[in-house]
Every structure is written in C-alpha cells, then in structure tokens.
Ligand binder design. Structure first.
Ligand code: ZN
Length: 196
C-alpha cells in the first residue's frame, strides 16, 4: 500500500496525483502536529476528495512545534516514520510518497535524497519489510511542479491547495511559502488557480 503524505500544499497535491498514476492502492495521510497553518489540513481533505483517494487525518504530537513556527527541524523524519508505519498497518507492502521538492531539499536536510534513501533503509530494518520512499518532485523547481500539475491533471487540486504558513482567510503573499508559490506560477507563465 502506498501512503502519500498530504500536507495540503501544492507539492504534496501534485505528488498525490503522481502516485495515483504510478503506484497501486494509494491512500492519503494528513498529520496534524499542531502546525499554525491548520488551514492546510482542510485543503488536504478537499484535495484527496477531488483525487478520489481514501483520506485519513491523524493527530501526532511534536511538543515543541508551536514554539518553532513554520520550520520544525527533523519534521520530515517524524512524518516519514509515521507514514511508513501507516502504510505497514494497512498492508505489508510498504511505500511512502512525499512531496519534497528542490527548494525543500536545499533548505531542509531531512528532505534530501541521501536522507530519504537512508530513512527507507532504516525503516526497512525497523519494520522487517522493504520500505520504499518516493519523492517525485525532489529535482523540480516550483515552476516545473506547476507544469507537472498540468500534465497530471492536478490543476483542480492546485486550486484547493494551501501554501501560506499563516492561517489567514487568504494567503498572505509574503511568507516564504507564498513567495515560492507566486514565483513558481510566474516562472511557469501560469495564473495560480487558487480560490477561496
Ligand atoms: Zn503566506
């Protein structure tokens, strides 16, 4: 079974559509770890419904998350472990798809391919079964992800996705997530389909 870590942002939305095309028996998993931008969890549910993929939302606790704001060191390490055991709980074929992209890999050590490969090896040992971690966007810029969304028919899902690190009514347009998104659509020559 393939578990897609669905944050509700545009990258994981595109990763979900990639998984739907390339993997079998896909489920989406969203994790509420106390993030400030709870809005993305609402988006995650809507995206999974749009993609017609079973969706689960679970609470986990990273007790210091509220103190850290948007960036939580090691967050991906936590999430991948939960996702792999979630996949294992459903079926012993154990795959995880994560929307880590080029910008994430540059910014966060636990979004780099070396770590993902190592984590897959560790989880395979820990679970006693082969664990595969796929990161289909790991070499893609935001603009390339926008183009891939077109190819995968994920445009509707992009209109539902939420990137802003703040939990307002509308994206703030100024946080790093908003700026990456704006720049990505601009570079791709597309208009962001997001709507309230
Ligand atoms: Zn923002």
């Amino acid at each position: 079974m393939t578990t897609v870590l669905l944050s509700g942002g545009m990258d994981s939305a595109v990763a979900l559509y990639w998984a739907r095309l390339h993997r079998e028996s896909v489920r989406a998993l969203a994790l509420d770890y106390g993030q400030r931008h709870q809005r993305e969890l609402v988006a995650a549910r809507m995206i999974a419904e749009r993609a017609d993929v079973p969706f689960e939302l679970h609470r986990m606790v990273i007790p210091w998350a509220p103190m850290r704001g948007a960036v939580i060191p090691g967050r991906n390490a936590h999430l991948l472990t939960i996702a792999a055991t979630h996949s294992y709980a459903h079926e012993t074929t154990c795959e995880v798809v994560v929307g880590a992209c080029l910008a994430d890999a540059q910014a966060f050590p636990d979004c780099r391919s070396g770590f993902l490969e190592s984590q897959a090896r560790s989880l395979s040992l820990g679970l006693g079964t082969d664990v595969a971690i796929f990161a289909p966007l790991i070499e893609l810029t935001k603009a390339q992800t926008v183009k891939l969304a077109r190819e995968l028919g994920a445009w509707d899902a992009l209109s539902l996705s939420w990137s802003c690190y703040l939990g307002g009514e509308r994206p703030c347009g100024d946080c790093s997530a908003c700026r990456f998104r704006i720049e990505g659509f601009r570079e791709a020559g597309e208009v962001d389909p997001w709507r309230p």
